[in-house]
Design a protein. Structure first.
Length: 340
């Protein structure tokens, strides 16, 4: 039993020793890495490029987020002509934090030396978009995009052309490219504006009249046909003129799209709109007292009594009436004689 306790105690002690040794080793490695980072930067600052590359490589293995070490390693590789390694180190540093103009310029040198032109485009875009940028940055960006293919980088291509088309120093050739780029992207209003601006300065440019016609065609085919007529008039190439005339004739036959009729108003929507609208305060109601009406003169016309319908003669009534009349006459005679 005591022997088992001794074995257990020994095993625990050994495990603790291993753990402490690992911790000590890790702490020592971290300390070595910090020393290597500091030593490597010092070596590079002193001009010992070869040794600094080795020391800084050891540093970034243990401290992959150390941007200063990556930047020093990139510059050391660049100076020693190791362009691919320099470009990789610059990419690591750029991934941690975007560099200033000097950093990005050195990064571009490494990429150019390594023949990695495609990777230069996003770096050139950053440089060209900064306030400190000049036309050279945009020109380099445009050259890189055109070498790679504008269709592969349409946003960078458009950005470069927009930058080069601004201001009094704008090159007409770049403005024509910008107008064509807008046309290709379906931004017809912007394309129209650029072509109209070009035609103000060069009203006899057949290509610009054709570009304006293409921009106007969907909305106003008749106006577009006139543009193609002028394009054919000013073009100096027979094949080009033939194409312009064909397009003019095609558009001249197109019936302008009718204006979209306004959909009938839904009474419910109108009622909702009225209900939602703020109501004005009601005006006070003034009750008018009715004036007495003027007397109306009424002219009455006497209405004749309806004629009695003839009745049939009754012989008995007639006899009695005669007897009564005879008696009344006899009474009246006797009364007259008595008064005498």
């Amino acid at each position: 039993m005591a022997f088992q306790h001794v074995i257990s105690f020994t095993a625990v002690t050994f495990a603790i020793s291993l753990s402490l040794g690992a911790d000590a080793k890790g702490a020592s490695a971290a300390a070595d890495a910090k020393d290597a980072c500091k030593q490597g930067r010092s070596q590079y600052a002193a001009g010992d490029v070869v040794k600094s590359i080795k020391t800084l490589s050891h540093c970034v293995e243990h401290e992959p987020r150390n941007r200063e070490a990556w930047t020093a390693l990139a510059n050391a590789n660049l100076e020693s002509g190791k362009f691919a390694a320099a470009a990789d180190a610059f990419a690591k540093a750029e991934g941690i934090k975007t560099g200033d103009d000097a950093f990005l310029t050195a990064y571009l040198s490494a990429l150019e030396g390594a023949g990695r032109s495609e990777e230069q485009i996003p770096i050139l875009r950053i440089l060209a978009s900064r306030k400190s940028s000049d036309r050279k940055d945009s020109e380099r960006l445009l050259a890189a995009v055109e070498a790679s293919g504008p269709d592969r980088h349409p946003d960078e291509y458009l950005f470069a052309l927009q930058s080069l088309s601004e201001g009094p120093k704008a090159d007409r050739y770049q403005v024509e490219k910008l107008a064509a780029a807008y046309l290709k992207r379906g931004q017809l209003e912007k394309a129209e504006a650029e072509y109209r601006g070009l035609l103000v300065k060069s009203p006899e440019s057949g290509e610009d009249w054709a570009g304006l016609g293409a921009a106007l065609a969907p909305a106003d085919p008749q106006a577009a046909a006139e543009c193609y007529r002028k394009a054919a008039l000013y073009s100096s190439q027979a094949a080009q003129r033939e194409g312009y005339v064909t397009e003019q004739q095609r558009l001249a036959k197109v019936t302008p799209a009718p204006a979209k009729a306004k959909p009938p108003e839904d009474p419910k929507d109108a009622a909702l709109a009225v209900a939602a609208a703020p109501s004005a305060p009601a005006a006070p109601v003034v009750k008018e007292v009715p004036k007495p009406a003027a007397p109306v003169a009424v002219t009455t016309t006497p209405i004749a009594a309806p004629a009695a319908a003839p009745s049939k003669a009754d012989p008995e009534k007639e006899r009695l009436a005669k007897e009564k009349a005879a008696r009344d006459a006899e009474i009246a005679r006797k009364a007259a004689e008595a008064e005498k």
